[in-house]
Design a protein around this ligand. Structure first.
Ligand code: APR
Length: 309
């Protein structure tokens, strides 16, 4: 029997995530949105796209959460996207409320599901979703590093004029302005980036990666990136549903790794059918570790401030 993935939020990211899931023939898909017509209309469009892609995976949708019953993975994109000039912290109050209401619908219908969180501000939202769902942290995972890594990967490939296939980029930490691209752990055909490009050029790639989302927002004027985010969701779904045991960055609840405890942050993990199967500890230098911990502190502060309001 095919696996079942429910995607909550039939907006820009949810739609591309659904399209890529169908294209890769990963699972039957359920698309849910507060706006019934939006989900139903997109469901029909996706069903017809699936026919063109020779995909027999089923797609259903609407505003009825009963459709999601028994999902293997639930992807949460419901929320409002970041507007130009809006910080990720500004988003928290609104999106936390939305995510909590979604959790209430999901936990009884799919108690064994893995939750793949996409709604921003990601790391804080993961913590809120984990608490609201009561699911083990191993099954509440955030999509951030795969997207940030893809951005860095594309910039490295462009700079060096090499295939993206040969580039591995490593970005950890907060999914936001305080993210931590790691040139020492980014490689081209196994060679560290630090041996291939000057410090200046690396710095430019790092900065463009950190500003990757904002650069797109500035062009679009309204809304934010969705093609790479939706595709990143499908990449993570592949890792989970096909039990690939891939090593990819994800927002996970740290339990002492990197000197951090009970805080969601992006780090490399081994991902498979059980969700997070291992948290991988890179040997960071003092500066990298300090930056990672500063990011963690910012998230803690954001959550503490939120709890007080
Ligand atoms: N239940 C279900 N769907 C909801 C709810 C809710 N309570 N609240 C909002 N939605 C839906 C909206 O109706 C909308 O269709 O979530 C969808 C969000 O889609 P977009 O506005 O297009 O946003 P998108 O660009 O897809 O981004 C979604 O992912 O990358 C993050 O920062 C981004 O938090 C944002 C999220």
């Amino acid at each position: 029997m095919r696996k079942k993935v429910s995607i909550i939020g039939a907006g820009q990211v949810g739609t591309i995530a659904a399209l890529q899931t169908l294209a890769a023939k990963l699972a039957d898909v359920v698309l849910i949105d507060l706006m019934d017509g939006l989900a139903k209309g997109k469901t029909l469009d996706l069903q017809q796209a699936a026919a063109l892609m020779q995909s027999d995976c089923a797609i259903t949708g609407g505003n009825d959460y009963d459709l999601t019953t028994g999902s293997d993975v639930v992807v949460i994109t419901a929320g409002i996207p970041r507007q130009p000039g809006m910080s990720r912290a500004d988003l928290l109050a609104t999106n936390a409320r939305i995510v909590k209401s979604v959790m209430a619908e999901i936990i009884t219908r799919s108690p064994e599901a893995i939750l793949l969180m996409v709604t921003n501000p990601l790391d804080a939202i993961c913590a809120i979703a984990q608490k609201a769902s009561g699911f083990p942290a191993q099954r509440v995972i955030g999509m951030g590093g795969v997207l940030d890594g893809a951005r860095m990967q594309s910039f490295i490939a462009q700079e060096l004029g090499v295939s993206v296939k040969d580039v591995q980029a490593c970005v950890i930490g907060v999914h936001g302005e305080q993210m931590l691209p790691l040139p020492r752990f980014s490689t081209v055909a196994g060679v560290p980036l630090t041996e291939l490009l000057s410090p200046d050029k690396i710095q430019r790639i790092v900065e463009r990666t950190v500003n990757g989302g904002a650069e797109i927002v500035a062009h679009l004027k309204t809304g934010s990136a969705f093609l790479a985010p939706g595709t990143s969701v499908a990449e993570m779904l592949k890792g989970i549903l096909l039990d690939e045991k891939r090593i990819m960055p994800a927002a996970v609840c740290l339990q002492g790794e990197y000197g951090l405890r009970d805080i969601y942050l992006g780090v490399p993990v081994r991902i498979g059918s059980q969700g997070i199967e291992e948290i991988i500890q890179l040997r960071l230098d003092a500066d990298e570790l300090a930056q990672l911990q500063a990011g963690a502190q910012a998230i803690s502060q954001m959550l503490a401030q939120f709890a007080m309001e």
